[in-house]
Design a protein around this ligand. Structure first.
Ligand code: HEC
Ligand code: HEC
Length: 354
């Protein structure tokens, strides 16, 4: 696999070069040994993180220095059903063709929709409720220990993994903390930055008339979407109650309240990323809407404006009748714009494939 650099990206210094030359055990992120004697880390290919133009600068943890080999190890783990005890791999619920999401909700997650894995390098708040705050390494640790209950005795008996961890992390004692590291690196490189709208902004592509009008609705007071689905990430990675419910019938509808216990967080969710949203088959935390038309109709006239902690953006004077009240053509234009957020390069990128 060759990870490419694009000329129009700004390279961000993450101190890779200075730490990448020798084949000695790393001081930056050594697991402290503990493997069999003679376990020797090899020289690796430094991965230079490039921050897409106009994106905020991503925060790459210094204690998990990126190398091409480590990213590939993370990818191998992502597609390996041996991590779970029920035949599932990460890919079962996070499919590249769907923007690393999947159709139908997850019973393990009490009916929560499977999340897209895209541009996670910019996140601090993870999961629908924001129940994990921290790094991708923290999220990976949780997915391994809580979701999969990965059997590390089984994993440590797989010679191939012992060899790979020895070569790339200098130890063959595979722990959940250690396995989280290459997985997090693979998550970090799942960057979408070339959808139709990106290309339009870069002057490398055009939008149709309807897509362009839709973008104006999305990014103006007319639609008000951009307050939460901010450019260019399409999420502010923050929390809002967008007026989906007036009563919280199911436990998962309580959102952030489930993480904090604070009544002010009832029905509050982390703003989802809308990149590749048109590839999904279900929308909102519980997948209640099956089409983008249903989503737009919700924002148009079904918002529960009476909810106590609803986001102020949702209850501006013009919206007190339950939403935006767009014309049919404007709704279609908004949907056309959402479809322009599909990133063909991302979903077909061979570097992300098994
Ligand atoms: C059975 C389906 C399923 C499997 C298997 C699964 N996930 Fe997930 N994943 C989900 C669901 C559902 C959520 C949202 C959970 C929540 O909000 O509480 C999620 C959330 C995430 C997130 C957080 C995304 C965000 O935007 O905050 C990441 C990252 C992630 N999964 C990666 C993985 C990795 C890596 C694996 C394998 C180790 C994995 N998942 C296995 C269903 C799954
Ligand atoms: C006040 C913040 C806010 C505003 C304004 C807002 N959204 Fe959202 N959006 C959210 C939150 C939070 C969710 C998740 C809610 C949930 O699942 O319960 C969401 C969910 C969505 C989803 C579903 C995504 C998925 O993966 O299931 C779409 C599509 C969407 N919004 C589009 C829009 C559009 C289009 C507009 C403008 C008309 C808009 N949003 C305005 C915060 C906002």
């Amino acid at each position: 696999m060759k990870l490419r650099n694009k000329t129009y990206f700004i390279a961000v210094t993450v101190g890779l070069l200075s730490t990448a030359i020798s084949c000695k055990k790393p001081t930056d992120d050594s697991n402290g040994g503990g493997g069999t004697t003679g376990c020797q880390q090899v020289e690796m290919t430094p991965y230079t993180w490039v921050n897409p133009v106009r994106f905020p600068i991503a925060d790459i943890p210094a204690d998990n220095v990126m190398y091409v080999e480590r990213i590939n190890l993370g990818k191998k783990l992502f597609y390996d059903a041996r991590l779970s005890n029920n035949g599932e791999s990460c890919e079962t619920c996070h499919k590249q063709s769907m923007g690393f999401s999947a159709s139908d909700v997850s019973t393990f997650d009490k009916g929560l929709q499977k999340m897209p894995l895209v541009n996670l390098a910019w996140y601090k708040n993870f999961m629908w409720s924001g129940r994990i705050v921290g790094t991708l390494e923290d999220v990976m640790y949780a997915e391994l220990t809580k979701r999969f209950s990965t059997d590390f005795t089984k994993i440590n008996a797989i010679q191939e993994y012992k060899d790979l961890f020895c070569k790339y992390y200098g130890t063959d004692n595979i722990t959940p903390e250690l396995m989280a590291k290459p997985l997090a690196q693979f998550m970090r490189v799942l960057v979408s930055k070339k959808n139709k709208y990106d290309l339009y902004l870069l002057g490398e592509g055009k939008l149709t008339y309807n897509e362009e009008e839709g973008s104006k609705i999305f990014f103006s007071e007319k639609g008000d979407c951009m307050h939460c689905h901010v450019q260019l990430l399409t999420t502010d990675n923050a929390f809002h109650n967008n007026g989906l419910d007036s009563l919280y019938a199911k436990d998962i509808d309580k959102g952030r309240f489930n993480a904090t216990g604070n009544p002010a967080d009832l029905g509050v969710f982390r703003t989802p990323n809308l990149r590749n949203v048109a590839l999904r088959t279900e929308f909102m935390h519980d997948g209640r809407f099956k089409t983008l038309e249903e989503v737009v109709n919700f924002y148009d006239h079904q918002v529960h404006i009476g909810v106590k902690n609803i986001d102020p953006v949702m209850v501006k004077p013009a919206k007190l009748n339950g939403g935006l009240h767009l014309t049919e053509i404007e709704k279609q234009q908004l949907i056309a714009f959402l479809k322009a957020l599909t990133d063909e390069e991302f979903i077909n990128n061979p570097e992300f494939k098994q």
